[in-house]
Ligand binder design. Structure first.
Ligand code: SF4
Length: 622
């Protein structure tokens, strides 16, 4: 069916639109609205709303017969920006786009059932609509994620609420969406599990060390040879041969403690040079995402010279900050300036990106650090340079970068990385009060945590602060539920809980959750979480000489905790104690062990036996 020319439309009188122009490029009557406020990680087409979408009868929504409904739909969408519901911010462009997409699906669905306006949507029909979209396959082929489905519920509620001032969009009050369980919320945009995050970030940190200097030197030599050959008028293919000759003798460094260069030589093509430069680029992205918790759009917006040194609150030392802008949750389109605490690997990653992006910045006249070439190989005279799309970053992280660093599988399957996981994982790291399982990252994260609690630091990313708090609360809640319901409990505090908990052996039902709510809100109970057990903290009985803030991290060890009155351990920690016992039994078998060490090893085995025996005793006595 050929597509008819769209009839120009104008807003109905009741619509709160002050001018015909809705954005700098679009009028109210336009068939296509081009929204302003394009973010660095997006493409222009993603900020385009096309009202001429097709309906089940093969007509278009801009055809004359749909005119009133089209006006109403435009009025509704635009009202979210100009006259949002009570207590809500004016909708940002990204919200308008999300609502538009859901609205388009609703209108198609309604039109297919003979509806001609929003008010044709009865309460029952709205419920039917939700039931149908719940069965739709999402991008992964599975049914829609709870958060996506919540977007449709939200659309119906917005129509209902805005209907109080825009009669043309009024619908009956929809059924309330069922509350999403905590499990579903946890599953939405997950953090990267430690088994993946630790090797991922560690490999990225390794790569921005000496290997980064090698890659930059290689890329610089290759690009210079390419430019020189092209300048002599040779073809790009022959210039490629000149590059291969120029880099034939290039050798990579051998890192301290290693016996071979970190990468094999020679490099035999321009494609390989580009491959190495791209992996360095990915490593820098991972470091910034995972060690400061910035979003994709915030990272791509970073510009040369974005590291700043500031004195700490008491002026005794200098801290490095990354200076950029945050866009999400901010009303202003240009975002809001923000400073992130920058640990040493982030400072280094930015320095690397400044060198790596210098040729592209020179060619394009732009200042962003994460510029990329829109082609493979080296930069030619007609190189197209821009910021990458979010999909490109996701693809690179999961394919070339994961392969390059040998990222291990998670429970037998490849883990799917997304840029947002960096932020979630960072929040979880910082929110974790005990990072015993994160030795490789502890130094960097410890630095960030210390600076974030420094009195001179004023963060403006309140959403991130909230995310960190939420992670800490969730961790405590989870641990409390486990302690209250566990059948096997060891440690002195664990045995006390085992004697008193009325929830022992039960599932984590509503009563348990209500009691945990009570404990968290109404008591001053403080729970520490670590690999080998829980600390039900009381300063007066703390064997590690903790203070009013909590346990002493320097003295808390498995041996000290095992004899402390605050210690509790469940079956979940059994493998840690079994492995410790096995290690020490093996040590005991060593013929050259001196008597002092032998005694220490025997003590450790006795501690492990004590903890494991308590777990066995409570299991059988439960
Ligand atoms: S020694 Fe005691 S107070 Fe210190 S962390 Fe271990 S259980 Fe907690």
């Amino acid at each position: 069916m050929s597509r008819p020319a769209a009839r120009p439309t104008s807003p109905p009188a009741s619509v709160p639109v002050r001018a015909e122009r809705v954005t700098t490029r679009s009028l109210w009557s336009d068939t296509t609205w081009h929204l302003d406020g394009l973010r660095p990680s997006r493409r222009a087409y993603q900020y385009t709303l096309d009202w001429s979408f097709q309906l089940p009868d093969e007509s278009y929504f801009t055809d004359p017969q749909w005119s009133d409904w089209l006006h109403a739909a435009k009025a509704f969408l635009w009202s979210l920006r100009t006259d949002p519901p009570e207590g809500r911010f004016a909708a940002h462009e990204t919200t308008l786009i999300a609502v538009f997409k859901a609205l388009r699906i609703l209108i198609r669905w309604m039109a297919g059932r003979g509806c001609r306006c929003f008010s044709d949507l009865s309460r029952e029909a709205a419920a039917e609509f939700i039931a149908e979209v719940a069965q739709r396959p999402g991008n992964s082929g599975k049914t829609l994620a709870p958060a996506t489905l919540a977007g449709y519920h939200n659309l119906l509620w917005l129509l209902y609420i805005q209907g109080s001032r825009l009669p043309q969009v009024a619908i009956e009050e929809p059924y309330r969406a069922p509350r999403r369980g905590r499990k579903a919320v946890r599953g939405w945009r997950p953090y990267t599990p430690d088994e993946i995050a630790v090797p991922l970030v560690s490999a990225a940190v390794r790569l921005v060390g000496t290997p980064a200097d090698d890659i930059i030197a290689l890329a610089t030599r290759a690009q210079a040879a390419y430019d020189e050959a092209l300048g002599r008028g040779v073809s790009p293919t022959k210039a490629g041969f000149a590059v291969v000759s120029a880099i034939a003798g290039f050798r990579f460094s051998t890192l301290p403690g290693e016996v071979q260069p970190w990468h094999a030589a020679p490099v035999t093509s321009t494609k390989q040079v580009r491959h190495l430069a791209d992996r360095l680029y990915d490593a820098c992205f991972v470091i910034v995402a995972y060690l400061i918790g910035a979003r994709l759009s915030e990272i791509l917006e970073l510009q040369v010279g974005c590291i700043e040194q500031q004195p700490s609150g008491d002026g005794s030392e200098q801290f490095a900050y990354l200076v950029g802008r945050i866009f999400k949750t901010v009303r202003a389109r240009e975002g809001k300036p923000h400073r992130w605490v920058a640990p040493a690997p982030v400072v280094r990653a930015i320095a690397v990106m400044e060198q790596l992006s210098a040729p592209l910045r020179r060619r394009s006249g732009r200042q962003e650090l994460w510029l990329v070439l829109d082609s493979t190989g080296l930069a030619g005279p007609a190189a197209r340079i821009g910021l990458p799309h979010g999909f490109t970053i996701v693809g690179r992280l999961n394919q070339a970068f994961a392969r390059f660093i040998g990222l291990p599988p998670y429970r037998g399957k490849p883990w799917h990385l997304t840029p947002h996981q960096g932020r979630k994982t960072f929040a979880r790291f910082v929110g974790k009060r005990d990072r015993s399982g994160l030795h490789a990252l502890q130094m960097h994260l410890g630095h960030v945590t210390r600076v974030m609690t420094d009195r001179g630091y004023v963060g403006t990313d309140f959403v991130l602060d909230e995310l960190i708090d939420r992670n800490a609360r969730e961790e405590t809640r989870h641990a409390l539920e486990e302690l209250l319901t566990a059948t096997a409990l060891g440690g002195k505090a664990g045995r006390t809980i085992a004697e008193r908990s009325r929830f022992r052996g039960r599932t984590r039902d509503g009563a348990v959750q209500a009691y945990v709510d009570f404990l968290m809100k109404e008591t001053d109970l403080r729970l520490g979480v670590c690999d080998w057990g829980y600390c039900v903290y009381k300063q007066e009985t703390s064997a590690c000489a903790g203070d009013e803030k909590g346990p002493n991290p320097l003295l808390r060890t498995q041996s000290v905790c095992a004899g402390c009155s605050n210690f509790a351990v469940t079956d979940k920690h059994r493998p840690v104690w079994e492995a410790r016992r096995a290690r020490n039994v093996e040590l005991l078998g060593q013929p050259h062990l001196d008597p002092e060490s032998r005694l220490l090893v025997q003590q450790r085995i006795a501690e492990c036996d004590g903890v494991l025996g308590q777990l066995d005793a409570t299991t059988h006595g439960a």
